[in-house]
Design a protein around this ligand. Structure first.
Ligand code: GDP
Ligand code: MN
Length: 381
C-alpha cells in the first residue's frame, strides 16, 4: 500500500528525519485560519494524491498572503491531478532551498537485499540524472546501523526496517541556505502482508488506482476476512468502467484473459480472480457482487486447467448467483480441472432452467479464444 505524503512525513518525524512545519487541510477546512498558524509569510501548498510528479502537474503551489493561499487551496481541491482522488492539501512552511538531493531505500530484486540510493542531484528531474551521479549501497538486513556519510541515512534505514516498508524515498532531500537538511517530500510503500503486526496502521481507505474504493470493492474484501482467508481466496475485485463482467480463476491466467478481452474489443466491468479451491459460499458471494454491477452486457467466466480447484464446487457458487440474477446477456465459460464433468452438467442445467444464453467450453479450446466467442454472441444481429 502506498502512503500519502503527509502520512509518510508523520512517520519520518518519528524516526528523527526533519520535516518542514506542516498542517493538513481537509475539504472544507478554512485555509485562511490555518495560514495564521504559520509564522512565516511564504508557504507551500501540496495536493495529497497517491501519484508522484505533482510538481509538474500544478500539484505544488506557493503562497505568500491570505488571498493567494485561499485561492490556491480552493483550486487544488477541484483540480485533476492525473485522475487521482485528492484526500487533502498539505500547507507547509516554505524552505529556502540551496540544494535538492535524493535518498531512498528499497529492495534490489536481483541482489535480493536492500539498497540505498543517494544522489546530490535530486528533485523533479531525478529520472534524467546520469548514472555516475547516483550512489548505490547494498545494505545488510542484520545491521542496525549503517555507516554512511549521508544525511538521514541511518534514520531512513531504521524507518524502512521498522515499518516493513518496500520503499522509502525522500525527494527532494533539501539542504537549506543555512545548511540544514529536511525531507521536503515523502514516499513510502508498506508491505500489506505486515498489517497483522502493525496495530498503528489505521490508514484511511484507498486503492491502487488512486481513487476511493467502491461499495462493491469494500464488500468483496470481506469475503476473505479472518479465518476465511485460509480457505482459498475470492476477495479480489477491482471495479472498472467497461460493461463485461468477468469471473477469472488463477493469477497469471487472469491477467492473460484480461488482455484477451481487451484485444477482442470488449471492455471489462471489473477484474476479479478466485483461486486456491475456495468453497462454494465464497464463490457465490463473489459472483453475486460481480453480477450486481449495473449496465452489464456480457459475462466471461474463464480459467486454466485447475490442478486442485474443484470445478463442480466453484461452479455451484457461480450457479447460486446465476439462479438469483438470471442474466439476459450472453455468458461464456471456459474452465477445466477436477470434477469438470459434474461442473459442466450443473452449469448446463442452470442455463436450461433459467433460459440463459450460455456457452460452456473445456480444455479443447484456448482460454483467450473464448473471448472472441463472447464478442460474437454480443454482436449478433
Ligand atoms: P512531487 O513533484 O510530487 O515529487 O512533489 P515534491 O514535494 O517533490 O515537490 C516538487 C518540487 O517543488 C520540489 O522538487 C521543489 O523544487 C519544490 N518545492 C517543494 N517544497 C518546497 C519548498 O518548501 N520550498 C521551495 N523553494 N520549493 C519547494
Ligand atoms: Mn518529490
Amino acid at each position: 500500500m502506498n502512503l500519502y505524503e503527509f502520512e509518510g512525513k508523520e512517520i519520518f518525524e518519528k524516526f528523527g528525519i526533519a520535516i518542514p512545519k506542516s498542517v493538513l487541510l481537509r475539504r472544507g477546512d478554512k485555509a485562511e485560519e490555518i495560514y495564521k498558524l504559520f509564522n512565516t509569510k511564504d508557504v507551500v501548498l501540496k495536493v495529497q494524491v497517491l501519484s508522484g510528479k505533482r510538481g509538474k502537474n500544478n500539484g505544488v503551489l506557493f503562497g505568500s498572503n491570505v488571498g493567494d493561499v485561499k485561492s490556491a487551496v480552493d483550486k487544488m481541491f477541484v483540480s485533476n491531478i492525473r485522475g487521482q482522488y485528492i484526500c487533502g492539501v498539505l500547507m507547509e512552511e516554505k524552505l529556502n532551498i540551496a540544494e535538492e538531493h535524493y535518498l531512498s531505500i528499497t529492495y534490489d530484486t536481483n541482489r535480493k537485499q536492500p539498497v540505498l540510493i543517494y544522489s546530490q542531484s535530486g528533485g523533479m528531474d531525478i529520472e534524467d540524472v546520469s548514472e555516475e551521479k547516483i550512489e548505490k549501497y547494498y545494505l545488510d538486513i542484520r545491521n542496525e546501523n549503517i555507516d554512511l556519510n549521508i544525511p538521514f541515512a541511518n534514520e531512513l534505514w531504521n524507518c524502512f526496517i521498522k515499518n516493513d516498508a518496500r520503499v522509502v524515498e525522500i525527494n527532494p532531500l533539501v539542504k537549506t541556505v543555512d545548511g540544514k537538511f529536511f525531507a521536503a517530500d515523502s514516499k513510502i510503500a508498506i508491505d500489506d502482508d505486515a498489517f497483522f503486526r502493525h496495530k498503528e496502521w489505521n490508514f484511511e481507505p484507498r486503492t491502487m488506482l488512486g481513487r476511493l474504493p467502491t461499495d462493491r470493492e469494500n464488500a468483496v474484501v470481506k469475503i476473505d476476512e479472518g479465518e476465511n482467508y485460509y480457505r482459498g481466496t475470492a476477495g479480489k475485485y477491482i471495479e472498472m468502467d467497461g460493461d463485461i463482467a468477468v469471473l477469472f480463476s488463477g493469477g497469471g491466467a487472469s491477467i492473460a484473459n484480461m488482455d484477451a478481452l481487451i484485444q477482442v474489443g470488449l471492455k471489462p466491468a471489473n477484474y476479479t480472480e478466485y483461486s486456491g479451491n475456495p468453497p462454494r459460499e465464497k464463490v457465490a458471494q463473489l459472483a453475486k457482487i460481480v453480477l450486481s454491477k449495473p449496465g452489464l452486457r456480457g459475462l466471461w467466466i474463464a480459467g486454466g486447467v485447475a490442478n486442485f480447484t474443484d470445478i463442480a464446487a466453484t461452479f455451484s457458487g457461480i450457479i447460486d448467483a446465476l439462479d438469483e440474477v438470471k442474466p439476459t446477456y450472453p455468458i461464456v465459460i471456459r474452465r477445466a480441472g477436477p470434477n469438470e464433468i459434474e461442473g459442466k452438467r450443473l452449469m448446463e442445467e442452470c442455463a436450461k432452467r433459467n433460459n440463459l444464453n450460455l456457452k460452456i467450453f473445456g480444455k479443447e479450446i484456448a482460454m483467450g479464444a473464448t473471448a472472441t466467442v463472447l464478442f460474437d454472441m454480443i454482436n449478433v444481429k
